[in-house]
Design a protein around this ligand. Structure first.
Ligand code: DSN
Length: 420
C-alpha cells in the first residue's frame, strides 16, 4: 500500500492497526470471516471505477464488455454452487437483498411470518424497527422454552391461523438445523411464498455440510462474506418464475449501479467455494463449533439448546454471574472478539443481554482444529472467571496473542488457501 502510505497516513495507519488487531486477536463473531487475498485483490480492482446499471447484455451505459464477463461468471458459478435456477449477484448487502424480496413479491400491508429477532431471527424478518416491520403485517414465531428449538408443529399452527403471504425461514443466532422441507410443506398448505435467508450458513451449504434450501424454496437470500468467505455483499436466488420480479426489485427497485468490483470478488469466492478444499473447510467449521461448545459445557457454560449443528452457539451467562456486555468487554481485553447477544426469553435488554454468541468460521479459516477449541474454551473460562482482575486478563491476552500469531490470516502479503 505504498500509494496510500504516501498520500493518507491516517487511513494507512488505521488499516495497519486493523490488520494487526485481526492477526493478533481471536475472531469469534459468528458472522465474520477472512476473505482470501485473491478475493481482496478483485475487490481492490479497477472495476470500482465503473457504472453498469442494468444486467449483462442489457445495460444503460457503455463500456460493459468486461463487467458483463465478471457478472456472468459470478451468476454461473453461484448457480452451480447452489443448484439455483436464477441468481442476482448485484445486491449490496443482506438487508437490501431482503428488501428486494419483499418489494418483488408482496404489497405493503401483506402478512409475513418470520423468526423473532429475540429468538435468533434477523431485523429484516419482521422487526418493528426495520422496513419489514414498518411496512408489512408481521407474525413472529419463536423457539420453545424447554428445548430452545423451533417446533414445526407450532410453526404450522401459527401459519394455519394467520395465513401469511410469505413464510420466512432463516436466522442470525440459531444453532440448529433448519427443516426446510417442513417449512415448505407448511407454506404449501397455506399458499405462502417460501423465503429462506441463509446468510449465516451459505458456506456450510455450499460446502455440502447442511441441506440446501435453494431447490426447495421460492426465493433464497444470502450475504457473501460470512461462512461463504467472499466479499461483503449479497445475492438472491430464486425459481425462474420469480426471476423477473426479483431482478426488477433489485434494480431499479432498490438499487442503482451495481458494485462491479464486488461482483468480481463474488465470482472469485464462488470459484473457491466450488473446490473440494472448501467442503473440508465447511466440515471443519462445524466440527470446531461442536468441539468448542462441548469444551465450554465441560466448563459449566450453558449452551442454548444444548449444542450446535452449525457454526455458531449462544451462551447463557446467567449462572456465571455476569452479563453479555461484561463478558464481551472482558474477552475483548484478552484479544477475543465476540458479540453480546439476547438469549431466547431473555429478561435483560439488547444492549446488555444475558448471553454472548460465538462462531468458528474465522478461526477455522486460520487452520485451527478441535484441539485448539479446548484451549479457546479454557481462555474464555479463565477470562470470565477473572473478569475484574486486570493482571489476569493481561496474562491471557499475552497467551492469546502468542497463539494467534501461529495461525496467519490471509492478506495479499500473507496468503493462505482455504484454511489449509
Ligand atoms: N450482522 C449480522 C450478524 O452478525 O449476524 C446479521 O446481519
Amino acid at each position: 500500500m505504498s500509494y496510500l502510505k504516501k498520500q493518507d497516513q491516517e487511513i494507512f495507519d488505521a488499516i495497519q492497526n486493523e490488520t494487526k488487531r485481526q492477526q493478533e486477536g481471536m475472531e469469534l463473531i459468528a458472522s465474520e470471516n477472512y476473505a482470501s487475498a485473491a478475493v481482496m485483490e478483485a475487490m481492490g480492482s479497477v472495476f470500482t471505477n465503473k457504472y453498469s446499471e442494468g444486467y449483462p447484455r442489457k445495460r444503460y451505459y457503455g463500456g460493459q464488455e468486461f463487467v458483463d464477463t465478471v457478472e456472468e461468471l459470478a451468476i454461473d458459478r453461484a448457480k452451480q454452487l447452489f443448484a439455483a435456477e436464477h441468481v442476482n449477484v448485484q445486491c449490496y448487502s443482506g438487508s437490501p437483498a431482503n428488501l428486494a424480496v419483499y418489494l418483488a413479491l408482496l404489497q405493503p400491508g401483506d402478512k409475513v411470518m418470520g423468526l423473532s429477532l429475540a429468538h435468533g431471527g434477523h431485523l429484516t424478518h419482521g422487526h418493528p424497527l426495520s422496513f419489514s416491520g414498518k411496512l408489512y403485517n408481521v407474525v413472529a414465531y419463536e423457539v420453545e422454552k424447554d428445548t430452545e428449538r423451533i417446533d414445526m408443529d407450532k410453526v404450522r399452527e401459527i401459519a394455519l391461523r394467520e395465513k401469511p403471504k410469505m413464510l420466512i425461514a432463516g436466522f442470525s443466532a440459531y444453532s440448529r438445523d433448519m427443516d426446510w422441507r417442513g417449512f415448505k410443506e407448511i407454506a404449501d398448505e397455506v399458499g405462502a411464498i417460501t423465503f429462506a435467508d441463509i446468510a449465516h450458513i451459505a458456506g456450510l451449504i455450499a460446502g455440502k455440510q447442511l441441506e440446501n434450501p435453494v431447490p426447495i424454496f421460492d426465493v433464497v437470500s444470502t450475504t457473501t462474506h460470512k461462512t461463504l468467505r467472499g466479499p461483503r455483499g449479497a445475492m438472491l436466488m430464486c425459481k425462474q418464475e420469480f426471476a423477473q420480479a426479483i431482478d426488477k426489485a433489485v434494480f431499479p427497485g432498490v438499487q442503482g449501479g451495481p458494485h462491479d468490483h464486488i461482483t468480481a470478488a463474488k465470482a472469485v469466492a464462488f470459484r473457491e467455494a466450488l473446490q473440494p478444499e472448501f467442503a473440508a473447510y465447511a466440515k471443519q467449521v462445524i466440527a470446531n463449533a461442536q468441539a468448542l461448545a462441548a469444551s465450554l459445557a465441560k466448563n459449566a457454560f450453558r449452551i442454548i439448546s444444548g449444542g450446535t449443528d452449525n457454526h455458531l452457539m449462544l451462551i447463557d451467562l446467567t449462572s456465571k454471574g455476569l452479563t453479555g456486555k461484561e463478558a464481551e468487554t472482558a474477552l475483548e481485553t484478552c484479544g477475543i472478539t465476540v458479540n453480546k447477544n439476547m438469549i431466547p426469553f431473555d429478561e435483560r435488554k439488547p444492549l446488555d443481554p444475558s448471553g454472548i454468541r460465538l462462531g468458528t468460521p474465522a478461526i477455522t479459516t486460520r487452520g485451527m482444529k478441535e484441539k485448539e477449541m479446548e484451549l479457546i474454551a479454557g481462555w474464555i473460562n479463565r477470562a470470565l472467571e477473572n473478569h475484574t482482575h486486570e493482571a489476569a486478563l493481561a496474562h491471557i491476552r499475552a497467551e492469546v496473542k502468542e497463539f494467534c500469531l501461529r495461525f496467519p490470516i490471509p492478506t495479499p502479503k500473507n496468503n493462505i488457501e482455504n484454511g489449509e
